[in-house]
Design a protein around this ligand. Sequence first.
Ligand code: G6P
Length: 444
Amino acid sequence: MSKGLKIVTIGGGSSYTPELIEGFIKYHEELPVSEIWLVDIEAGKEKLEIVGDLARRMIEKAGVNIEVHLTLDRKKALKNADYVTTQLRVGQLAARALDEKIPLKHGVIGQETNGPGGLFKAFRTIPVILDIAREMEEVCPDAWLINFTNPAGMVTEAVLRHSNITKIIGLCNVPIGMERGVADLMGVEPSRVRIDFAGLNHMVYGLDVFVDGESVKDQIIKLITDPAKAVTMKNIHAMGWEPEFLKALNLFPCPYHNYYYKTGDVLAQELKDAENGETRAEVVQRLEAELFELYKDKDLAIKPPQLEERGGAYYSDAAVRLIRSMHTDKCDIQAVNTINQGSIEGIPYESAIETSCVITKDGPKPINVGKLPVAVRGLIQQIKSFERVAIEAAVTGNYDTALLALTINPLVPSDRVAKLILDEMLEAHKDYLPQFFEEKELQD
Ligand code: G6P
């Protein structure tokens, strides 16, 4: 019998881990995983043990043969891995709270993957992911890196352009969430829905939407104008759309488009939430505490339904479906973040895009999109420019490049405001941004 697969999950102490374990249990027959290594850092040790125990109980209850290993030794875990998944959060939720709150003080949206928050999450995360890529090159050069860590598009592109790893896929639950949203609106099973996706991570559009192969895009575009029927995620308030706008756009926007097409409304809502102690980081901090209390219960051996209150709900379906299709060379279509290779015109060849791909054993093959509609082409290119400059700043730690990135972000009103936010955030996140401070300290 051939050896089963070795999966390594970095950030294994995350409250999302039971999601992933549930997926590996569900698809165990098609995807013969034999070992899951959950890796975390010293500060996450307690959570790792709680989540690891729950994972073991879930596996035992399901009666599948998967060994769960817990470790703080990342390199040891990575050795001979087949698939490495990353779900880490540098600075944990306390850093996210700063990403959300500091921009708000300056009248700018505070969000963990958009605007200044997204920029700083990239600054904290990219060097760590590049370290992981270097270790993988050494001890598991044939493994695939499946990255969930946000900002997933920028992290994927940073690995593609600044490491020797080519086997990287960025994965997000937004596409699968949009498919499930359509399924709910149409009263059908999600497997009957197909969406042709194109764009960037958290900036992806449905170019067309099908149920059983028939386009339902016009219907969906009408339905989602009603806030009660908006297709969204737990972390984004449902707001609805102006019907004439959406009809003219003629695309199915993702929940994150609220930040760009309803900037003022979202900002007002965020300011209200902040006043009530309800920023997303605060909500998630409370939810996490509740989840970890549940996870400690020795009688719990399933993923608790409360986990579906997180924005990343169902990401295991996306993850396990992807790994299964690669392992079995299924050649089905899934939306992932991968190298453009000319499939979207106007985006650099080597950049990461989020798009519908054929999933093969050799990885995702993007389906050709060609030109995007003119109304969205500019925004996508502007976000891509922001991402590229942001990655350069994350890698070099250059202050001026960081200011350039922040100023060209569409959510930031001026270079002056950008500088105020940048200075305050650099100071607040200092401990996690050695690339911006080490050289300066040497010069002093
Ligand atoms: C969405 C996004 C994820 C993000 C999550 C945040 O689902 O697609 O990229 O991590 O929301 O959820 P949270 O519960 O942490 O606010």
